[in-house]
Design a protein around this ligand. Sequence first.
Ligand code: UFG
Length: 331
Amino acid sequence: MNVLVTGGAGYIGSHTVVELMNAGHEVIIADNLSNASADVIDRIEKITGKAPEFYRINCCSEILKSIFARHRIDAVIHFAGYKAVGESVRMPLQYYRNNIDSTLSLLEAMEYGGCKKLVFSSSATVYGPDNPHPYKEEMPALQSASPYGWTKVMIERILTDYVTAHPDFCAVLLRYFNPIGAHESGLLGDDPNGIPNNLMPYIGRVAAGKLEKLTIFGGDYATPDGTCQRDYLHVVDLAVGHLRALEYAMEHSGAEAINLGTGKGVSVLELVHAFEQANNMKLPFTIGARRDGDLPAFWADAEKAKKLLHWEAVHSLEDMCKSAWEFARTH
Ligand code: UFG
């Protein structure tokens, strides 16, 4: 099958491209490299033995249409988008313009190319602050705490409306929890520009001695050890989830939201200690003030993914911590 992957050079995108290629699919990547490096394409080739087709482009309508004119695309996985929560609060217009426009352009290009299968990169952030955990797909998921999160809510809405108008279209809305870890080859991982916002890349830089110490944001939450709990899952499990979602989309129509998480909550302190134990080191940290916008605890109800996609996360927290360190150590 020919699969167009927008944002295929990014952290989750690149791992998904590897799984797609290993499963025998032809992959065409569209990525403007705004938050990724061209080296990733070479590394994907090293891992899979084959270079994916790569277009360095912005996801605007005319250019995407030209890709559909050149290739018979059977399905699309849409990762492309800005994703930094804090930045989105400072730059809302750029986030709405980029994330919404690129999705609308993609849908227009898919219509032009007669392609009716889409897997979209959504987020647990759409459950907003009011739902109890574990989050279930049938809960109201129509709000968020940041412009970034709102773009996910709005795009879910756009895709749902699109499916209403085109009942033979399938849109799988994958709501990710917290992906961490790296590819076993050590060639792909989470390597953000500048000082990381997310916990695991920050831990990696502290472990590598590039940052002095980790600040844990808040130690006084109403959780078992006072630090926030999240549902951390291995990025390779998440990538495999996309493959299953694609297989599902090929057989179905309609819009379907599906959580991809482990179903377990892990606290920041537990993750820090798991990292220390897995990699036999001490990690300097301090407990600081709460970070604005953080929810105390959430994790997935992972049953729907099991039932519809026959997918569940298989990697352990130890695998996540070891692979994350292997990548951080060598990059
Ligand atoms: N944390 C720290 N110190 C740090 C960084 C993070 O203590 O230096 C803590 C946070 O307070 C939070 C936990 O680590 O409790 C995880 O934080 P991340 O920034 O790694 O992840 P978030 O859960 O905040 O955000 C993730 C995704 C977003 C998504 C959000 C909600 O990065 O894209 O989940 O689904 F919107």
